[in-house]
Design a protein around this ligand. Structure first.
Ligand code: PAF
Length: 285
């Protein structure tokens, strides 16, 4: 497995591979890998001839007071996991390599980056869109793989790739969960034991919402039942519960007639967990 630490090395490796017919799959990550990331790698390996994983904790997507410094990191373990999974190359730059001191250009989706998580974390999706665009330009992959756990992130990425005519196919990969239902996330290790025990409530609350929508109830009833279920968990501080059109992320009213995405953001101590699920209302008989 090749490890490239600079943009020049990465570009040279890409140019060397570009002569052949090989399809290149990119899995962008911030490291501290878990089974969710490995599902992205597995999908990329199924669909592509070469797989590159980037590991970069991107400072520009963290706001002041967020967990950039305490974001978990373990590069040696990550590299072992990627070697074992048969990854061809890893791009492992540092921040100075990625962002020149006088960098002043950003990619900023306008509407999608300001709603939902974008309201809780101003600037976050601009940081994501900028780094993902840079990685696409450097590596020129045929396809790139992202988890559906970061549902809004996936929508933002699909939208700017379409809007800016970037020739990369975006693949969304389903959420991987622990056996108790907690969605896999690098941040889960930062939960205190009591919070870790309570955290599967996000999944349980989403199941309540799904059953409610599938039974033909409206989004406000489903939202209330989700909040009531979350309120039963010790230490859960609800940051947001949103039920939106799964395609456009626009707000909905009444009983929906199309798929609804239920998006949760819940704080346990200083750890913000997010989760989501799609509920599809039953067709009228
Ligand atoms: O989902 C993540 O881990 C990050 O937001 C990403 C896409 C790697 C960009 O830094």
């Amino acid at each position: 497995m090749d490890i490239h630490r600079t943009k020049d090395e990465m570009r040279a490796a890409r140019a060397a591979a570009a002569g052949g017919e090989a399809r290149l799959g990119l899995v962008p990550t911030m490291g501290f890998l878990h089974a969710g990331h490995m599902a992205l790698v597995a999908r990329a390996r199924e669909q592509c001839d070469r797989v590159v994983v980037s590991i970069f904790v991107n400072p520009t997507q963290f706001g002041p007071g967020e967990d950039f410094d305490s974001y978990p990191r373990d590069i040696d373990r990550d590299l072992d996991m990627l070697r074992a999974a048969g990854v061809d190359a890893v791009f492992l730059p540092d921040a100075a390599e990625i962002y020149p001191d006088d960098a002043e250009t950003v990619v900023e989706p306008t509407r999608l980056s300001r709603i939902l998580i974008g309201r809780l974390r101003p600037g976050h999706f601009g940081g994501v869109a900028t780094i993902v665009t840079k990685l696409f330009n450097l590596m020129q992959p045929d396809a790139a793989y992202f988890g559906q756990k970061d549902y809004q992130q996936l929508c933002v990425i699909r939208r700017f790739v379409r809007d800016l005519d970037i020739p990369v196919r975006i693949e969304g990969v389903p959420i991987v969960r622990e056996t108790d239902g907690l969605a896999m996330s690098s941040r889960n290790v930062r939960l205190e034991p009591a919070h870790r025990q309570a955290a599967p409530v996000l999944h349980a609350a989403l199941e309540v919402g799904r059953e409610t929508i599938e039974a033909g109830e409206g989004v406000s009833v489903a939202g209330q039942l989700i909040r009531a279920r979350l309120a039963q968990a010790e230490g859960a501080e609800v940051a947001s519960v949103d039920l939106r059109d799964a395609e456009t992320l626009q707000p909905l009213r009444g009983a929906p007639d199309r798929p609804v995405v239920m998006l949760l953001a819940v704080r346990f101590g200083d750890v913000l967990l997010i989760d989501n699920m799609i509920a599809t209302p039953k067709e009228p008989e």
